[in-house]
Design a protein around this ligand. Structure first.
Ligand SMILES: N[C@@H](CCC(=O)N[C@@H](CS)C(=O)NCC(=O)O)C(=O)O
Length: 211
């Protein structure tokens, strides 16, 4: 498999964690986001949205990190990323979607750039915007995890798609200096997960394109 990735991209980070957890070897193809390589015509042939990640598996080029991760889970069932029961699956997907649908889309690079130009906001405004939407999303996620999670995981006592989404979003939150003290459950679970080899190997500083 070939993964189109950028070290700081949290959506790529999710897929890197999933590949490592499944033990699937992959070849990374680096897309330099600050240079705009994601918008190059050649890359849009892979992902018409002009975003990373994209995953090539044989003739199939897949996009959207959650769709890619569910594809990996279906084709490589061990360890499973979703619980066996429908209620559990819905809870895990809901937590993953807090990150992937409600927090991340408001804060990704193209949104932050648009706030600057053409909307004319300065960096302080943009950083406040970032922290505001992370905190709003984390408020709900903290409570969901308090209700349904455990000491070490977002859901029950096993690793799931929700954990794969949490850790990259925590990296982003820290990068923008978000106050995480209101989210003790998220902080504790993140600390446990980040020490696991699959998460540590997938983290931004461990990537060959990190600078
Ligand atoms: N919902 C998409 C989000 C993909 C996304 O926003 N990727 C970001 C990096 S995390 C990106 O490529 N940004 C480039 C840009 O905004 O120009 C997914 O989960 O794959």
């Amino acid at each position: 498999m070939k993964l189109y990735t950028y070290f700081r991209s949290s959506a790529s980070f999710r897929v890197r964690i999933a590949l490592k957890l499944k033990g699937i070897p992959y070849e990374p193809a680096f897309v330099h986001l600050p240079k705009g390589e994601q918008r190059a015509e050649q890359y849009r042939g892979k992902n018409p949205q002009g975003l990373v990640p994209a995953l090539e598996d044989g003739d199939a080029v897949l996009t959207q990190s959650l769709a890619i991760i569910e594809y990996l889970d279906e084709t490589h069932p061990e360890p499973p990323f979703l619980p066996a029961d429908p209620v559990g699956r819905a809870r895990v997907r809901a937590m993953a979607m807090v990150v992937a649908c409600d927090i991340h889309p408001l804060n990704n690079l193209q949104v932050l750039k648009y706030l600057k130009d053409p909307l004319g906001h300065d960096q302080d405004d943009i950083d406040r915007w970032y922290r505001h939407w992370v905190s709003r999303g984390f408020e709900g996620l903290e409570e969901l995890v308090r209700r349904h999670g455990s000491e070490k995981y977002c859901f029950a006592d096993r690793l799931s798609l929700a954990d794969i989404c949490l850790v990259p979003q925590m990296w982003n939150a820290r990068r923008f200096k978000t106050d995480l003290t209101p989210f003790p459950n998220l902080v504790r679970i993140d600390a446990h997960l980040s020490a696991l080899p699959a998460f540590a190997e997938a983290a931004p500083p461990a990537q060959p394109d990190a600078f």
